[in-house]
Design a protein. Structure first.
Length: 275
């Protein structure tokens, strides 16, 4: 039986990984970036995810054990690896039809700036008065800066082309008046957008949200995912409902009234088992 080897501890000061041999299907002991020593592929994975990743290519039979080496350790989640200077990797996640997610890098910031100034995005992403400059985006959305705020940014991909932006964050301790009553460290908040107005209303937003939800629940420490669309943003509300979120009433946020929508781990796993 083929076996896979991946690092289960990283001494950051010496950049050395200590490896443990595991059979296929065993789970990662830590969140971080793993490198396949047979082919050089680098893949981000969270603690508790199974290895080998489903999207990794098959090596030739009889080639011996495949060594997975932990090259960057993330203290809580993969997004924190940005602070260690790693930007070239993808996320382990099942694709939902053809929509997948990758971690955003600083090279995406000019593209994100252009997106955030498109009319259909400005309407729901801060309004006209909040249109960002390129300098604003470079300062506020730099992945290493977001990581310090427990925010992880993603780029949504369709057939190899970027089609949107998404972010997840730890709700507890968000600051600035957000979720001040939250006490569960396992709750994650999400936001996302589709870059192209021509792709609205075609189900891509729902596929994006489903991919993000699946990715987040791959982390066994995540208990619930929540979001807060404007009561006037009926398109977003329908999108979240189709992706498995339930309305829990209206809340007051720093951005004004919002529809509080949640998806619990129990609901997610129940839906997946029924599929």
């Amino acid at each position: 039986m083929a076996q896979y080897k991946y690092g289960n501890y990283l001494n950051q000061s010496q950049n050395e990984a200590y490896d443990t041999l595991h059979s296929p299907g065993d789970t990662c002991a830590n969140s971080g970036i793993y490198r396949c020593e047979s082919c050089g592929d680098e893949i981000a994975s969270n603690k508790g995810n199974p290895f080998p990743p489903q999207n990794h290519h098959q090596h030739a039979p009889g080639s011996g054990p495949i060594r997975w080496k932990l090259i960057v350790w993330a203290q809580q989640k993969v997004g924190l690896a940005y602070s260690l200077g790693i930007t070239k990797y993808s996320i382990v996640t099942n694709s939902n039809d053809s929509v997948t997610l990758r971690l955003m890098t600083e090279h995406d910031l000019a593209m994100l700036y252009e997106w955030l100034n498109r009319s259909h995005i400005v309407e729901w992403w801060g309004g006209e008065e909040a249109r960002p400059t390129l300098a604003d985006v470079q300062e506020q959305y730099l992945p290493s800066v977001l990581a310090q705020e427990s925010v992880t940014p993603y780029i949504a991909m369709l057939n190899g082309e970027p089609i949107g932006y998404a972010q997840s964050y730890v709700a507890l301790g968000s600051g600035d008046g957000w979720w001040e009553e939250e006490t569960d460290p396992g709750v994650r908040g999400i936001d996302q957008l589709l870059a192209n107005a021509s792709q609205l209303g075609k189900g891509l937003g729902t596929k994006l949200v489903r991919a993000l939800v699946e990715l987040l629940f791959n982390d066994p420490e995540v208990t619930k995912i929540q979001t807060d669309p404007s009561p006037s943003n009926l398109r977003a509300i329908r999108c979240y409902e189709k992706a498995g979120f339930e309305r829990q009433g209206t809340v007051t946020t720093p951005d004004g009234p919002a529809v509080y929508m949640v998806q619990t781990r129990q609901a997610f796993e129940r839906t997946r088992s029924d599929a």
